[in-house]
Design a protein around this ligand. Structure first.
Ligand code: C2E
Ligand code: CA
Ligand code: CA
Ligand code: CA
Length: 280
């Protein structure tokens, strides 16, 4: 048990260190702190499976720590959520993403309908969210219809009634809503229909376990068909192979995302795809 306690202590200390580093990054005491800083937004293409065209990008935050190197969002986002720092990080990602999309729209007339998808933490699902987003959209000069927010099934289920109220406010601004990681929580599609959701993201665990005749293919097929019958579009995430892509296209899944198409890219490399009019 001594080893166990030591390991737990070690982990707690690492989390505290991450929190301290995040705090300094977001609220520097030294006012001369200057960009570009350590945070970046990376962009992963979301591809229309019918045409192979890029329909949008998902924004994924990256943290390159000067001493520790790359720190995964899977590690620091939970720390940021617990400490409340996620609000500041989330607003930074939103503004950065909206500005980038605005720039792409101005630069590439072929991609005037491109959308940007931004992840939202359950901690951001508060009554002040709409005001904050209004300010960000105004600052980026971007109409709400180009913004998609991704919220996990689990986050919604923390407080479904208040989530519905917030979603309705967001829909007044024509903001699109996606359910992230669908299938990993405990919510049925029939229940989700009560929420004004536009898109359902099938969790990558289903996509990756999908074999041509196996049980998971049936599950994915059922989720996609039901989502479409409820008027939602579908995204399959974590597509890594050609057979997975072909199978999902065969199931009429609307969009696909994953390493098979592209990894999350920095702004420069994402821009290059648009410049090339990349078709997958
Ligand atoms: P997520 O929203 O489910 O994002 C998808 C994750 O799958 C990303 O990991 C992405 O890089 C990864 N991915 C994409 N395609 C593939 C594939 O083909 N195979 C595999 N194995 N993985 C793939 P990432 O970027 O490490 O992000 C992890 C999680 O951190 C995200 O999961 C999201 O929950 C959270 N996150 C990332 N950025 C933000 C952010 O700006 N705000 C918030 N609140 N959460 C974020
Ligand atoms: Ca996501
Ligand atoms: Ca996901
Ligand atoms: Ca996830």
């Amino acid at each position: 048990t001594v080893v166990f306690d030591w390991a737990m202590r070690q982990e707690a200390m690492e989390r505290m260190q991450i929190e301290t580093d995040l705090r300094l990054l977001l609220y520097p005491e030294n006012k001369t702190y200057s960009p570009p800083g350590e945070f970046y937004v990376y962009y992963q293409p979301i591809v229309a499976l019918g045409t192979g065209k890029i329909a949008g990008f998902e924004s994924l935050i990256r943290w390159f720590h000067p001493e520790k190197g790359f720190i995964s969002p899977a590690v620091f986002i939970p720390v940021a959520e617990e400490s409340g720092l996620i609000a500041a990080i989330g607003e930074w990602v939103l503004l950065e993403s909206c500005r980038q999309l605005k720039q792409w729209q101005a630069q590439f007339s072929d991609f005037s309908r491109l959308k940007i998808s931004v992840n939202l933490s359950s901690r951001q699902l508060t009554s002040s969210l709409c005001d904050r987003i209004d300010r960000i959209l105004a600052e980026a000069d971007l109409p709400g219809k180009y913004l998609k927010l991704e919220i996990t099934e689990t986050a919604i289920m923390e407080d479904p009634e208040s989530a519905i109220a917030i979603f309705q406010e967001l829909k007044k601004r024509k903001i699109q809503l996606s359910i992230d990681d669908f299938g990993t929580g405990y919510c049925s599609l029939a229940y989700l229909h009560r929420f004004p959701i536009d898109t359902l993201k099938v969790d990558r665990s289903f996509v990756q376990k999908m074999s041509q005749w196996g049980e998971n293919a049936e599950i994915v097929h059922t989720i996609i068909a039901l989502a479409h019958s409820l008027g939602m579009e579908t995204i399959a995430e974590g597509i890594e192979t050609m057979p997975q892509m072909q199978q999902l296209r065969g199931l009429n899944c609307t969009f696909g995302q994953g390493y098979f198409f592209a990894r999350p890219l920095d702004a420069q490399n994402a821009t290059r795809l648009l410049k090339e009019k990349k078709r997958f």
